[in-house]
Design a protein around this ligand. Structure first.
Ligand code: UDP
Length: 326
């Protein structure tokens, strides 16, 4: 039978979002190769895919240009998800974050341009910095703190990625789509790099204190990974999305304090909810953003995007998943 799917390369494919994406694309009949250096990803995330003849994995870094050149040559499309992520990691290992994010993406864009391949890059809502506007639209100004606060290096490194992608689109006609992912959650996400939901659910399941940083009045929206990857795939199928930037996230806003209460209720936990000052949680002078809500009208217009899983349902599925790993 003739192969009708696409040959897809997923960088960061053993990560939380990358492994969900690889699984979904495989189900659609695509042929997938993932590359991941397992720095924040895990082989456990892809072990269930390894028996599939349409799935291949390479454990190496995207900085290996010879390898990347070969991988990109033999694919039709690249989903570039490899990146150093997580606020805790950014504060603890700023060099890794800056170099992986800027040099890694430069390699992907340059080689994709040379081989004339379509690319989707994943940027971040951190791009908007600490702007207090609600909601954030793609063309909004960015508001960042000083360079002495390492958190902003992540936002800046991803902004360089966006500039590079837009420049390749403009100057070399590279078929590239830029997505800004807002807080994304789901099974397989680890709390090791600071992400609040797996941390809270784990704490609640162990009846340990749930650690709210600051006064807990800061708000976020959380999008289930199924909705995120559905949007990534749909965007690559819309030729008009090329050269465009899209927010991807949920509009259901919740304060971190109320999130702690909700997690406690859903898991039926005896945990206490405690507050930890930012200086202790991260580093002295750490700056957080008060609110972060995406304007999703642009992606709605392009692909009819509508997140389907609400926060409560997502928390129930995460709690079920984490219970099994206890
Ligand atoms: N947070 C918290 N307790 C934790 C981990 C995170 O209160 O154990 C807070 C964090 O300070 C931020 C929010 O939860 O205000 C979301 O944090 P996360 O690192 O998941 O994502 P961010 O939105 O900061 O990128």
């Amino acid at each position: 039978m003739r192969f009708k799917g696409k040959k897809v390369l997923v960088t960061g494919g053993a990560g939380f979002i990358g492994s969900h994406l690889a699984e979904k694309l495989l189900k659609r009949g695509d042929e997938i190769t993932i590359i991941d250096n397992l720095s924040t990803g895990s082989i456990n995330n892809i072990s269930h895919l390894m028996h599939n003849p349409s799935f291949d994995y390479v454990i190496d870094t995207i900085m290996n240009q010879g390898l990347m050149s070969w991988l990109i040559r033999k694919c039709d499309i690249v989903y570039h998800l490899a990146a150093a992520v997580g606020v805790k990691l950014i504060v603890e290992k700023p060099i890794d974050v800056i170099f992986t994010n800027i040099i890694g993406t430069e390699i992907v864009l340059r080689l994709a341009s040379k081989e004339n391949k379509k690319v989707l890059i994943t940027s971040t809502s951190e791009i908007y910095g600490k702007s207090e506007k609600i909601p954030y639209s793609e063309n909004d100004d960015r508001v960042l703190g000083p360079t002495t606060k390492s958190r902003w290096s992540y936002s800046s490194s991803k902004a360089v990625d966006e500039y590079m992608a837009l420049s390749y689109f403009k100057q070399k006609k590279l078929d590239v789509i830029i997505t800004r992912l807002f807080n994304t959650i789901g099974p397989k996400q680890t709390g090791m790099y600071g992400m609040v939901i797996p941390r809270f659910v784990n704490q609640a399941l162990h009846n340990e204190p749930i650690t709210v940083y600051g006064d807990g009045k800061q708000t976020r929206t959380f999008c289930h990974v199924k909705d995120t990857i559905g949007a990534l795939i749909a965007l690559t199928q819309n030729p008009k999305a090329s050269g465009e930037i899209f927010n991807i996230g949920s509009e259901e806003e919740i304060s971190i304090k109320n999130l702690a209460k909700l997690v406690k209720e859903i898991t039926n936990s005896k945990s206490k909810i405690i507050h930890i000052p930012y200086d202790e949680a991260y580093e002295v002078g750490f700056e957080d953003m008060k609110h972060r809500v995406p304007d999703i009208s642009k992606i709605k217009k392009f692909i009819g995007y509508e997140p389907k899983t609400n926060l409560k349902e997502a928390l129930i599925s995460i709690s079920k998943y984490l219970k099994k790993t206890l």
